[in-house]
Write a protein that binds this ligand. Sequence first.
Ligand SMILES: Cc1ncc(C[n+]2csc(CCOP(=O)(O)OP(=O)(O)O)c2C)c(N)n1
Ligand SMILES: [Mg+2]
Length: 411
Amino acid sequence: MTISADHTAQDPDTNPPASNAAAPGPVPEDAASGAVRKFGITVEDYMLPARHQIQMVGPDGTLNPHTEQGSQPGHEYALPGDEELMAAYEQLVIGRRVNDQNSALVRQGRMAVYPSSHGQEACQVAAALCLSEGDWMFPTYRDSVAIMARGIDPVQTMTLFRGDWHGGYNPAEHKVGIQCTPLTTQLLHGVGVAHAAKLRGEDTVVLAMCGDGATSEGDFHEALNFAAVFHLPVVFFVQNNQYAISVPLAHQSVAPSLAHKAVGYGMAGERVDGNDTVALLAVLGRAVRLAREGSGPLLVEAHTYRMQAHTNADDATRYRQDSEVAEWVAKDPLSRMKTYLTGRGLLDGRRAAAIAEKAEAVASQLREGLSEDVLVDPQDLFKYVFSTPTPQLKEQSAMLADELAREEAAK
Ligand SMILES: Cc1ncc(C[n+]2csc(CCOP(=O)(O)OP(=O)(O)O)c2C)c(N)n1
Ligand SMILES: [Mg+2]
């Protein structure tokens, strides 16, 4: 396959120059040609993911020799700093505790549903830590831990899963989209925000998150293509946890990897061990940096595993073997990071105990904050959809009011 670096050599009749700021216009001296100069590699080698997943710390918690980290020219990664690693470890411990606490709260009936990211905490934490304050994150329903690691109050973060009518936090204040359940819609929201930021001349980067199953949605194609054509500062972060509920990835895609999909849109892709926090910080950190410098969008695929059921409403034993789960438990992101940091002399028993105490405090904050029942007015369903309700909504609202009144009368 040969990919031309010369994006300006297009037929001017079929690709007329931009006539206004909203049109994509000719791609500037862009990512691809810039990368060719910057990294001294071909456009093809820039856009295609490295031949192997990037992995810096192996499952046993030891640092891989530089030559065995999966990097190659143009795909080279620096080890993150000690402070960043320790901040990530703290969030990993809190994230695991929150995942397990919430699963218990669901069983007690204090949360309606919780899509746990147990096993995916490295992805969650790195997604939050790679962003600057002015950047935006667009999460899925499984990304509560990432939202908390970005600094949003734990109880506010979980509001949606209590069955409340609203998302709990103000997206504009925190620069975090509401957790999306309709698959992949958040990628389009993220691309829209990136487009607006670019038109305003801001240096905002958008991290738009989705799962492996979501890459089968039409919205995935539309978001990636729009971002590439408009040369937007978006990092698409795909957490490939191997399943879309009960459907394994092999039934959805036979691409060499999901990261390879990037090249079809004219953007760079990379794949990384999604249970290696160190590699994730390095790979996502570099992707965000490149996007901010004007590279256009990039796609990062993290190979990870959902160690628990899809949600409390799912029985994972019906579609996967215990032996498969055990294989991934052996690659656990948390114990890996603990061994690595302890070996480096950055983590000792005292520090680990202090971090565990913080995690306990967050868990008890959740138990307390989620202990009261949510009081919802069923009419709120209709109130905030449009500023002027449509005739259909008015009709539905009246039907509901009538039904509730009859129920009340029958008591
Ligand atoms: C548009 C749309 N179609 C179908 C669903 C039902 N659904 C909910 S989660 C899910 C699987 C998604 O898998 P993936 O993207 O891999 O994310 P994961 O749950 O593994 O994090 C499906 C099909 C949905 N929520 N939205
Ligand atoms: Mg999945």
